[in-house]
Design a binder for this molecule. Structure first.
Ligand code: SIN
Length: 526
């Protein structure tokens, strides 16, 4: 039986330490609240750390928030929340200036910020730090957290459940991996900032930690979720045997890289006027069409026509990673294949990070603010985490919820956990089923079968387990089921959600969000 520690009291518990969680924690602590930032791994480990392309914002004199707004709305394919997008593009530049004042450095050329371009942006507007922008931002925020009084990081402590009394969240339970114990945290506010769920899919560019933990916590607490069917597949992940599906940034195409099929033919002109810089769903589906046509395992990303020194200097991380697998990208084409990259859906929030449950806030990829609609514009995700994380922190200060009086949670602690071997097999099967059944191209019967298979895998656990890897796997199944039912529910194709059996957009029926609550084993759409 797992141990249970004495409850800890704090004002705010932030689950997750990527850009959204840290921005929220810093803002709340600056307003004199005590904050615990709990993270299931070491504090830096997050999807933020691996973000390559950059952070989009209208910082150039030739750019404007209006232009950024238009591009974001267009990419979102009719489903963006316009008010949320306005907040994003208008507050973005100010938040970036603040990040720079914390010490973040972005590349400059002749003293001026060098802005890169990615798909569906009408001009160069992406600030970057080489090809490791996320690392620069994460390190900056971790340093800022360290000098901000009243923030306490808690590593290897995974949020697993919210404590709810009389329709209000009064805290949460953490699973302390090192001490093999449960820590109850009593607090005024819990912030879900656990990032995305890319690892729910077999092919994924995400860090291994991206197992949808915050989404699973929200589903369990009957919190409203939105647009879970919208998963973005990045067109270009490295596809080499024995190498991880390492991301090959879209900014490579922004700087002139082209796509070729296995016959060496450039093919994007058949699919879009803007060629390789079409929205990601268009490029990913074009690649899948070429793969099927040529019965090939991958297509190629070709930079061999670019100046080798430019490639090495502009993409040092990608260059070094590919070299470590024996591939010199200045001389050879890179085998690539699409992979799950980002989920546009998540825990539904208002513009200030509030969820449908009092005392619970969400920010970053775990949330659905509506800024991305049906498809996210490249490099808008770091910006969303920064802007809406900060707003969530500010909202918590303004809401000034009282410290809950009651805090009790009876936890059944004698739960049987399958062996590591079994857990690993369930995890592998979950990711493979999700890739086959809810990947780039979907249909109703596959989605129904997928849901049934996920239920079978869930049944092997019986109950949510108290062990990190097992719990992550359980969470993957919960998020997978929510994606499958939402994708089956939306009988149209829009943005990143493509249904072979409903290939057209249905503006009359579906120009709306999919809002979902999981209650007593049932999925209820609002
Ligand atoms: C990339 O560098 O291609 C990823 C950027 C993003 O997903 O926004």
């Amino acid at each position: 039986m797992i141990k249970k520690e004495d409850p800890i009291k704090t004002d705010v518990l932030v689950l997750g330490s990527g850009i959204a969680g840290l921005s929220c924690a810093i803002k709340a602590a600056e307003g004199n609240l005590n904050v615990i930032v709990a993270t299931k791994d070491f504090p830096k480990e997050s999807n933020t750390l691996y973000a390559q392309g950059g952070i989009a914002a209208a910082v150039d004199p030739d750019d404007s928030p209006e232009s950024h707004f238009k591009d974001t709305i267009k990419a979102g394919d009719g489903l963006c929340n316009e008010n949320a997008v306005k907040v994003l593009v208008e507050e973005g530049p100010e938040r970036i200036r603040e990040l720079i004042s914390f010490g973040a450095e972005f590349d400059k050329k002749a003293g001026v910020y060098h802005l890169t371009k990615e798909g569906a942006h009408s001009l160069r507007r992406i600030l970057h730090s080489g090809d490791a922008t996320g690392k620069e931002i994460e390190q900056t925020l971790i340093k800022r957290m360290a000098i901000t009084p009243r923030i306490e990081p808690l590593a290897y402590s995974m949020g697993i459940k919210l404590v709810i009394i009389n329709d209000r969240c009064v805290g949460a339970i953490l699973l302390d991996e090192k001490r093999n114990s449960l820590i109850p945290i009593k607090c005024r506010a819990v912030v879900l900032a656990t990032g995305g769920a890319g690892r729910v899919f077999q092919e994924s560019t995400n860090s291994p930690i991206a197992t949808g933990d915050g989404m699973a916590i929200a589903l369990d607490a009957q919190i409203e979720m939105a647009n879970m069917e919208f998963v973005q597949f990045h067109p270009t992940a490295l596809h080499l045997k024995n190498a991880p599906r390492f991301l090959l940034s879209e900014s490579m195409r922004g700087e002139g890289a082209v796509l070729r099929n296995v016959k060496g033919e450039r093919f994007m002109e058949k699919y879009s006027d803007v060629l390789e810089l079409a929205p990601r769903d268009v490029v990913a589906r074009a690649i899948v069409t070429e793969l099927k046509k040529d019965k090939a395992p991958h297509v190629f990303l070709d930079l061999t026509h670019l100046d080798p020194d430019f490639v090495r200097n502009r993409f040092p991380t990608i260059y070094a990673t590919c070299i470590s697998y024996g591939l010199d990208i200045t001389k050879e084409m890179i085998p690539v294949h699409p992979a799950a990259h980002y989920i546009m859906g998540g825990v539904k929030t208002d513009l200030d990070g509030r969820t449908s449950l009092k005392g619970v806030y969400a920010a970053g990829e775990v949330s659905c603010t509506g800024v991305h609609g049906a498809n996210r514009l490249a490099s808008n995700s770091l910006l969303e985490g920064l802007v809406f994380g900060h707003r969530a922190g500010k909202t918590i200060l303004e809401d000034a919820l009282s410290m809950p009086k009651k805090f009790e949670k009876e936890i059944k602690r004698n739960i049987k956990i399958p062996s590591l071997e079994v857990v690993n097999e369930i995890r592998k099967q979950t990711a493979s089923l999700m890739w086959q059944g809810a990947g780039i191209s979907r249909n109703g019967s596959d989605l129904e079968n997928l849901f049934a298979e996920l239920l079978n895998l869930e049944a092997i656990f019986g109950e949510p387990p108290f062990e990190r890897r097992a719990r992550e796997t359980w969470n993957m199944i919960q998020v997978g089921k929510a994606i499958a039912v939402s994708a089956n529910y939306r009988t149209e194709s829009r943005g990143a959600h493509f249904r072979e059996d409903f290939p057209d957009k249905d503006q009359l029926r579906w120009k709306r969000d999919t809002v979902l609550i999981y209650r007593e084993g049932k999925y209820i759409f609002k």
